[in-house]
Design a protein around this ligand. Structure first.
Ligand code: G1P
Length: 305
């Protein structure tokens, strides 16, 4: 490992080039990353998570039809002037939130050739130091300091660190699955193998990769040589498997907190309701309404008429 790789991670990469087909027709004209979770785009939570963990330099890997994301992280002087004229300080602050939280940069992926290919577009931005990758569909509750813990594990052990969640064998074929050795400490494991979206009967465990990675810069060289894998795409999971085969350290932090898959409609709804019900401004009214609503709900299987 080079001395530079011993530096703490400072930069975050957020791939946002996905087409968002699960949310059509909403995502026909609006990038899925900008769908609101309560009143802020899902992506804003992700950028705030990175900034909170000390990663103030953020690169978004975008694609076609994602111009609205660049607009969102840019200033809007006309809007600010109009709000200032009205003396609306709260809304001015809300508008500033997205532009002040981090230094956001953009690069285009060109062709959608998979997550590994998207991460490879960050090579020049990242240089020769460890960096984080945050996937926009996985929302980690702000009270659970997963990324901070991963960065600490990376600083201690070097190499790469991935976030793991036990999703149960019945769901493992939707994720990257890992084989592990429990030889580090409570909640931190050594990853001994990885496979992208295996058939359930071939999965090494029910531990899935969720969308947080802290990666050694060596991953770029591996990605350049990684052939298309599952789905004909260049898979980040396959590059990590190569690092493991070469004896490079890859650790897993097993997450026990609150995570929402905002790429899944049901989980997205749950995230909106849960986060809104916990907010000071909306929570009291929403919780009251929810209690009444739930008592009036017909039992499952009963006719709704
Ligand atoms: C990607 C990764 C997969 C990981 C998942 C987490 O898959 O390829 O290994 O488990 O994110 O959300 P995607 O959901 O983009 O198909």
């Amino acid at each position: 490992m080079s001395n530079l790789a011993r530096r703490p991670a400072r930069k975050a990469v957020i791939p946002v080039a996905g087409m968002g087909t699960r949310f059509l027709p909403a995502t026909k004209a609006v990038p899925k990353e900008l769908l609101p979770v309560v009143d802020r785009p899902a992506l804003q939570y992700i950028v705030e998570e990175a900034a909170r963990a000390g990663l103030g330099e953020v690169l978004m890997v975008t694609g076609r039809n994602k111009a609205a994301i660049e607009d969102f992280f840019d200033r809007v002087p006309e809007l600010e002037a109009a709000l200032e004229k009205k003396g609306d300080a709260d809304r001015i602050a809300a508008v500033h939130e997205s532009t002040e939280v981090a230094q956001v940069h953009f690069v285009r992926q060109g062709e959608a050739r998979g997550l590994g290919h998207a991460v490879l577009q960050a090579a020049a931005f990242v240089g020769d130091e460890p960096f984080a990758v945050l996937l926009g569909d996985d929302l980690i509750d702000a009270r659970d300091l997963l990324l901070e813990e991963m960065l600490a594990v990376q600083a201690e052990h070097g190499g790469s660190v991935i976030a793991l969640l036990d999703v149960g064998m019945e769901n493992i074929d939707k994720y990257g699955a890992v084989a592990i050795r429990e030889d580090v400490q409570e909640g931190v494991v050594t990853v001994t193998g990885l496979v992208e979206k295996p058939p359930v009967e071939e999965a090494p465990s029910s531990l899935a990769i969720i969308g947080r990675y802290v990666l050694a810069p060596e991953v770029f060289d591996v990605l350049r040589e990684t052939a298309p894998g599952r789905g004909g795409e260049i898979q980040l999971t396959d590059a990590l498997a190569t690092l493991v085969e070469r004896g490079e350290p890859v650790h897993g932090v097993v997450f026990g907190g609150r995570r929402y898959d905002t790429g899944d409609k049901l989980d997205y709804l749950k995230a909106v309701i849960r986060l809104a019900s916990e907010r000071d401004d909306l929570g009291p009214a929403l919780r009251g309404w929810l209690r009444d609503f739930v008592t009036e709900l017909p039992a499952e299987g009963a006719s709704s008429s």
